[in-house]
Design a protein around this ligand. Structure first.
Ligand code: ADP
Ligand code: MG
Length: 401
């Protein structure tokens, strides 16, 4: 792809602003998965080693714009980033008026979403942010699908914009594996709702040889196959779409397997008692919260026989220990398999972290929504902007030469 890459620029003495995706899960002020912070470290370190003064931008959660919310402050992220970098990282609360930063230093700017105009991609806000740097580095794949002030607007407004190694690496790896996959290609799509993933399911069915659905999505497919799902999370309005997808796979000679057995509970809580049921025996008052052991073993065999595996979405409520076994089996089967495996999604990443299978997955995408958009074949606005401004800089360079 035609855009400037950070590693090819001279950043010595420059004020370099890096947009990362440090939107990590935080519970009671504690970071529960620092995977995204860890992923950003090589880029920040590279900029420091090149002699840059580094400003880091990120969003966290969904605050009301224009209002400070202590719950959504990046303070815990600044602390963790400092530990990982082995140097102190200052959190700058009011940074739009200007930030003091010297080469070799890292300053984390407070949650970009506290600023009015971030989500609507306000050009004035984008210009204000851009005026703080000499070089803007877009490195947040996870937000590249959103045209916002700190992702797309700033790329166009900054004196010079480029892609960071995390973003370009991610685009290269995903592009290669989707364009020319080792077959058979399997997609595993879990998570809570079909509605949020209907488009990606449709798009994947054009590419993959096999599809496994899990979680609340599977519940909708179970209902679409005529079984009673009791009080499970499912979407009755989407049963028709589920049936259409089943038909679509059948027409290609494939199938979307329905779990043979499931793990149910009478309440949605961490200490609810897990009970294994055949899929046709789910009680009226029960909820399906995981796939059962037979199904997990069957899916593991499918994974073992695949050349490429794309995974998005846990197949059960893995946050509750009694309902985590299915997702753990899937994660471990992917870890064991020799397939080229790509995983993405906020909760999927948390599961990968929890089950300690990071090393066994070929490529872990830091993006959730962006990962899905990319898999669907849509262009990502921030990347389009990088290509457009990158192209014009290249033209300017050749004109000057
Ligand atoms: P990702 O962030 O990886 O894209 P999603 O956000 O789509 O994944 O879905 C993750 C959520 O789905 C998890 O919080 C998990 O508890 C929930 N989930 C999985 N299976 C079920 C189920 N059977 N019933 C209710 N929620 C489920
Ligand atoms: Mg999620």
């Amino acid at each position: 792809m035609n855009y400037l890459r950070m590693e090819n620029l001279d950043l010595a003495g420059k004020r370099v602003m890096i947009r990362e995706d440090l939107n990590v899960p935080i519970s009671d002020g504690k970071i529960t998965s620092d995977a995204r912070i860890k992923a950003s470290v090589p880029t920040i370190r590279m900029a420091l080693e090149m002699g840059a003064a580094v400003l880091v931008l990120s969003h966290l959660g969904r605050p009301v714009e224009g209002e400070f919310d202590a719950q959504l402050s990046l303070q815990p992220v600044a602390r963790r980033l400092g530990e990982l970098l082995g140097r102190s990282v200052r959190l700058e609360t009011d940074w739009l008026d200007g930030v003091d930063v010297e080469p070799g230093q890292v300053v984390l700017c407070e949650n970009v979403r506290f600023n009015r105009g971030e989500k609507s991609n306000d050009p004035v806000l984008a210009r204000t942010m851009a005026s703080l740097c000499d070089v803007f580095v877009m490195d947040a794949f996870g937000t590249a699908h959103r045209a916002q002030a700190s992702t797309e607007g700033i790329v166009r407004a900054a004196p010079l914009s480029c892609a960071g190694p995390l973003l370009s690496g991610e685009l290269d790896a995903l592009g290669k594996s989707l364009d020319d996959p080792a077959r058979p290609m399997l997609a595993i799509v879990g998570g809570s709702k079909v509605s949020t993933k209907l488009k990606v399911l449709d798009a994947l069915l054009n590419k993959v040889d096999e599809l496994i659905v899990g979680g609340g999505i599977a519940n909708t497919f179970i209902a679409a196959s005529g079984f009673d799902v009791g009080r499970s999370l499912y979407e009755p309005d989407l049963i028709h779409d589920a049936q259409r997808l089943i038909q679509k796979v059948h027409a290609k000679g494939g199938s979307i397997p329905i779990p043979k057995d499931v793990v149910v509970a009478k309440s949605f809580s961490p200490d609810a008692e897990p009970m294994i049921r055949s899929v046709d025996e789910v009680g009226r008052d029960e909820m399906i919260l995981d796939i059962g052991p037979l199904t997990a073993a069957e899916y593991s065999t499918v994974i073992a026989g695949s050349g490429t595996v794309i995974w998005n979405g846990p197949v059960g409520v893995f946050e509750f220990t009694g309902f985590a076994a299915g997702t753990r089996s899937i994660a471990e089967a992917i870890e064991r398999s020799s397939a080229f495996s790509i995983a993405g999604g906020g909760d999927t990443l948390a599961a990968i972290d929890l089950f300690g299978v990071t090393q066994g997955i070929s490529y872990i995408s830091t993006g959730g929504g962006a990962f899905l958009e990319f898999v669907e074949g849509n262009s990502l606005p921030a990347v389009v902007a990088l290509q457009e401004v990158g192209g014009s800089h290249l033209i300017q360079d050749t004109t000057l030469a």
